[in-house]
Design a protein around this ligand. Structure first.
Ligand code: PMP
Length: 435
């Protein structure tokens, strides 16, 4: 038995031995096509020579330094690169080691901002059901997946809660898409009013919902409505793009497609492409300036923030994406993936919905296509499909869980941006036969 505390304490996963491009090989020599990039992480696939070279060069010069003593050329360069490509106004960067840390830092930046500007009564966050923001206790408190939260209640914060965008199940018969969107915005306003809008720090939402629901995009105008409402009440908007960001949906940031700029945005996963653990918060200069003018000290920090080797990996990943025009490739391959999934699974009696953006696609599994009846939890359908896909040499990310008392089973596809058209047909085929 392994000495590592694995997620499942009753089984040990196969041992990964090596990887190349979009394939991972285990110790027995079996090869897996990685159609989910781990968890939407490996955007360039494995062993990319430019990233390896950049990391080698950085380790050779300076692997690590603590930010209480020094900044580093490479982390400054990465921050400049990120700001140059961020939506206007997001011009400050806080580096962390991953997604949960990014969410924690964003929550604390938002809270400290209001303390510094003399609104300390703002102590409440509002977030959505069916969302995932990380597993640390603050991130878990804003997350909306009851299944992950229930054992740890009471959580650190009591968070206001509203419905997610989940058109497939929640748009009523005869209701227009705009009407549905307006209903969601009205629900958010009602929640702000219940808490007292003057008490609310921020609304937190994934731009495209990832792990809990399998790549559910917002309806047109949803985020514009959210932005207007937040502005009316002086409430901040925090976009969590840990999974949906960094090119995954075909633009560098998914919010670009929504025509809004959040006040804080979390990124991780694809930022370092899996070569190093790294995440960041992109922050509005206004927030940081208020703290600078106030106490002058952001009350936060971790040992590995601004890690030079992680910054070198991330900078190299981002430069390759830009140089090789990979965002355009994500858009093209994304439409090919949607087409391949629709051809292979569109009529399948147990496939309810195929959705997503770019190379970020979800397949919703249902017991009955017409009634949309979900599978029972005991069926563990998503896990069975993951296992069968692995047997077929394919990695897909399974997600299920009880959301508002409803079971949802999904598999998430998020292949590296370098997949070929032939790889995409292969993914659809192997997933099709697994299902
Ligand atoms: N936010 C979102 C939207 C995520 O998808 C995740 C990870 N799945 C996290 C936060 C947490 O990131 P990490 O696992 O790197 O802590």
């Amino acid at each position: 038995m392994s000495r590592i505390i694995h997620r499942s304490l009753r089984s040990t996963p196969p041992v990964a031995a090596s990887a190349e491009g979009i394939y991972i090989t285990d110790q027995s020599g079996k090869r897996y096509l990685d159609a989910c990039g781990g968890a939407a992480v490996s955007c360039l696939g494995h062993r990319h020579p430019d990233v390896i070279a950049a990391m080698h060069a950085q380790i050779d010069r300076l692997a690590y330094t603590h930010t209480s003593f020094f900044t580093s050329e490479v982390s400054e360069e990465l921050a400049d690169h990120l700001v140059a490509h961020a939506p206007a106004g997001l011009d400050q960067v806080y580096f962390v080691s991953g997604g949960s840390e990014a969410v924690e830092a964003a929550l604390k930046l938002a809270r400290q901002y209001f303390v510094e500007i003399g609104q300390p009564q703002r102590t409440r966050f509002v977030a959505r059901r069916q969302s995932y923001h990380g597993n640390t206790l603050g991130a878990l408190a804003v997350g909306g997946n009851e299944w992950r939260r229930q054992q740890f209640a009471p959580l650190l914060m009591d968070v206001g809660r509203v419905s997610p965008v989940y058109e497939y199940r929640d748009r009523r018969e005869g209701e227009s898409q705009d009407g549905y969107t307006a209903r969601l915005i009205a629900e958010l306003e009602a929640e702000f009013q219940r808490l007292g809008p003057q008490n609310v720090i921020a609304f937190v939402a994934e731009t495209v919902v990832g792990a809990t629901a399998g790549a559910v995009p917002p309806t047109p105008g949803y985020f514009r409505g959210v932005r207007e409402l937040c502005d009316r009440h002086g409430i901040l908007l925090i976009a969590d793009e840990v999974m949906s960001g960094m090119g995954r949906t075909g633009t560098l940031h998914a919010v670009e497609q929504e025509g809004v700029v959040p006040d804080l945005m979390t990124i991780a996963k694809g930022l370092g492409g899996g070569y190093q653990p790294i995440g960041a918060v992109l922050a509005s200069g206004r927030i940081v300036e208020a703290i600078r003018q106030g106490s002058g000290l952001f009350q936060h920090g971790h040992t590995y923030i601004g890690h030079p080797t992680a910054a070198a990996a991330a900078l190299a990943v981002q430069k390759v994406i830009q140089r090789d025009g990979l965002l355009a490739q994500v858009r093209t391959r994304g439409e090919q993936l949607r087409g391949a999934l629709l051809r292979r699974l569109g009529e399948h009696p147990c496939v309810g919905d195929i959705r997503g953006r770019g190379l970020f696609m979800g397949v919703e599994l249902v017991k009955d296509r017409d009634s949309k009846a979900p599978f029972d939890a005991a069926d563990k359908v998503n896990q069975k499909i993951k296992q069968q896909a692995m047997a077929n040499g394919l990695l897909v990310y399974p997600m299920g869980g009880t959301i508002d008392g409803r079971r949802g089973d999904h598999v998430l596809l998020a292949p590296p941006f370098i997949v070929s058209e032939a790889d995409i047909e292969d993914i659809a085929d192997r997933l099709g036969s697994a299902i």
